[in-house]
Design a protein around this ligand. Structure first.
Ligand SMILES: [Zn+2]
Length: 253
């Protein structure tokens, strides 16, 4: 219960980051206000998840609709905190992984709306992941360093080849830095898994959207959210899925 509430409170702060980071605004000041009428939101209308339900999704002052994104971000962050706590307890690993997941939530929602991944998150994430690796024996700094190179290098290669053959920009620099950050946190072995999962989910969603919109492939779908999903799948199911894959028979070895 405490982990869930803690996650929801952090999620409320992540909403502020998602809203203000792309605009270059301060995340600390001014206090929360309604974007429609500038009504300064008092603490009792700013309780994660609860206030949205109590207010029926509308501003108390002007009755303008509050974006559903706010409670969704709070709920996702609360669930991530809960699941991480159930697995790791109150530990250093919990803190590191929750910080990582919080960054993924922010990146996902900013990339979905603005098609950018803020350097302030991905680049500081690379540094933080590398620093943390010195305190996580099962990761180790060499593994983290190779992870940065593998993550950044592999997508850089894909982007370069794609550009070479099509003359178009396919993969953004933001995706390259994001995968380098993931390599820093999880080591080089996580990189192929994350690329595979994000490409798989990304192609399914991409093809579905293409058919639904009845357009050709000109529609830009950000890749960052799929990388973030791939990394979160890696945290919770990576080991089981890799074991399952290796246990499949029928191949020549
Ligand atoms: Zn309002």
């Amino acid at each position: 219960m405490f982990a869930f509430i803690f996650g929801a409170v952090v999620g409320s702060f992540l909403n502020v980051c998602i809203y203000r980071l792309p605009k270059g605004e301060s995340i600390a000041f001014p206090p929360s206000h309604c974007p429609a009428c500038d009504y300064k939101i008092p603490f009792y209308d700013n309780i994660p998840l609860v206030s949205y339900l109590v207010l029926g999704g509308k501003c108390r002052s002007c009755r303008a609709a509050i974006s559903l994104q706010y409670p969704v971000v709070e709920l996702i962050t609360a669930l991530l905190a809960l699941f991480l706590f159930m697995r790791y307890g109150l530990s250093f690993l919990f803190a590191v992984l929750f910080l990582f997941c919080a960054a993924m939530v922010v990146i996902t929602f900013i990339d979905l709306e603005h098609l950018i991944i803020p350097d302030v998150i991905s680049l500081s994430g690379i540094v933080l992941g590398f620093v943390f690796s010195f305190f996580i024996p099962q990761l180790g700094w060499q593994n983290s360093l190779f992870g940065i190179l593998a993550g950044g290098g592999s997508l850089y290669l894909v982007a370069t080849l794609y550009h070479l053959f099509t003359g178009k920009e396919g993969m953004g620099g933001g995706d390259i830095k994001l995968l380098a950050m993931m390599g820093a946190f999880f080591g080089w072995k996580a990189v192929p898994f994350i690329i595979f999962m994000s490409s798989l989910v990304g192609s399914v969603v991409g093809v579905t959207v293409m058919f639904a919109q009845n357009k050709d492939s000109k529609l830009a779908i950000p890749f960052g959210p799929f990388l973030a999903l791939g990394a979160i799948l890696y945290i919770f199911f990576g080991r089981q899925m890799i074991h399952w894959y290796l246990s499949l028979g029928g191949s020549i070895r």
